[in-house]
Design a protein around this ligand. Structure first.
Ligand code: IPM
Ligand code: MG
Length: 360
């Protein structure tokens, strides 16, 4: 299979981790007889430095013409870098929001599961962890507060800022459909998270999700309020299979879910449109404080590349080969510093990539 992949290394540790993911993809292509061609584009702080904007029209168009996008991370230290003293629309993150919207990537899939080999790193008590957990957060990615009208004004001499949260039924329906489709391939249980005791948008969310559920009689549906969900994630994470939620709640809950796996450096994510096109990126950020030191964990990006093979190219066997290689390397005791434990062997970013590629 010939695939044209756009890579967006981005800022901070982005270039280092994308390099390792491409190393693993190249080995996979070699072993399974595929050809992956990469085109690199700029986004985030590096694009601001080069072009004055976080995402150029050409970069977006190049991504649009590709078969899939592999992204590292964008942004510097919030509030403490030259990229933040500018209008919000010109900050590095604006590039990320623009590419999500521009490519219609409304369905964000963030898996969070506990690797038995990393159970020691999980901050929860053993009795809470039980047999571990394996969930997928389905976050709506192109609506809600992130994309609503916003402004700051002075009213009677007092500064006032407004953000608006809007969802229409079509936006809710299409993400719900994706969530139920995925649940069907898993343990057939969707928990839809909202704040229906307060918000109108959540009441509509609940209504539409219930309508969609009628087409999936084999999938169980429950609703949970977002504050309760935040609590349940650390009290009984094993109860979750597919968590379906809107943009802002999903942003917060997916960080919490990743934290209880022990390392945010392990978690991949996929952002999909209606069809097979997607952008794949680690769930973590650009970690500018450790950039360029060969200590970042490339596994989340490598696993994101595996998701790309599965969701965009239907290369299930190849995706499994990468996931298996990661498990093997962990089982052999190799660790980057973020997941280092007693008795294990510490390696840097590039060596972790070599070890995983060697297992394919
Ligand atoms: C994420 C990030 C982004 C978001 C930021 C960088 C804009 O936190 O992908 O979760 O809030 O969506
Ligand atoms: Mg986030």
């Amino acid at each position: 299979m010939d695939c044209r992949i756009v890579t967006i290394p981005g800022d901070g540790i982005g270039p280092e981790i994308v390099r390792e993911a491409c190393k693993v993809l190249d080995k996979t292509a070699q072993v399974y007889g595929h050809s992956f061609q990469y085109t690199e584009v700029l986004m985030g702080g590096c694009s601001i430095d080069a072009h004055g904007v976080p995402l150029t029209e050409e970069a977006l168009e190049t991504a649009r013409q590709s078969d899939a996008v592999l992204l590292g991370a964008v942004g510097g230290n919030v509030g403490n870098s030259r990229w933040y003293d500018v209008a919000p629309g010109l900050r590095p993150e604006a590039g990320l929001l623009a590419i999500r919207k521009g490519l219609n990537l409304f369905a964000n899939i963030r898996p969070a599961y506990l690797y038995q080999d990393l159970a020691e790193a999980c901050p929860l008590k053993k009795e809470i962890i039980g047999d571990g957990f394996d969930m997928v957060i389905m976050r709506e990615l192109t609506g809600g507060l992130y994309f609503g009208e916003r402004h700051t004004e002075e009213v009677d001499g007092v500064l006032q800022a407004t953000d608006t949260l809007t969802y229409n039924e079509n936006e809710i329906r299409r993400i719900a459909v994706k969530a139920f489709d995925i649940a069907r391939k898993r343990r057939k249980f969707v928990i839809s998270v909202d704040k229906a005791n307060v918000l109108d948008s959540s009441r509509l969310w609940r209504k539409v999700v219930e309508e969609v559920a009628k087409d999936y009689p084999d999938v169980r549906l429950e609703h949970m309020l977002v504050d309760n969900c935040a609590m349940q994630l650390v009290m009984n994470p094993g109860q979750f299979d597919v968590v379906l939620t809107e943009n802002m709640f999903g942003d917060i809950l997916s960080d919490e879910a990743s934290m209880i796996t022990g390392s945010i450096g392990m978690l991949s994510s996929a952002s999909l449109n209606e069809g097979k096109f997607g952008m794949y990126e680690p769930s973590h950020g650009s970690a500018p404080d450790i950039a360029g030191r060969d200590i970042a964990n490339p596994i989340a990006t490598i696993l994101s590349a595996a998701m790309m093979l599965r969701y965009s190219f239907d290369l299930d066997k190849e995706a499994e080969a990468i996931e298996k290689a990661v498990r093997k390397v962990l089982a052999e005791g190799w660790r980057t510093s973020d997941i280092m434990a007693e008795g294990c062997k510490k390696v840097g970013t590039a060596q972790m990539g070599d070890l995983i590629a060697a297992q394919i």
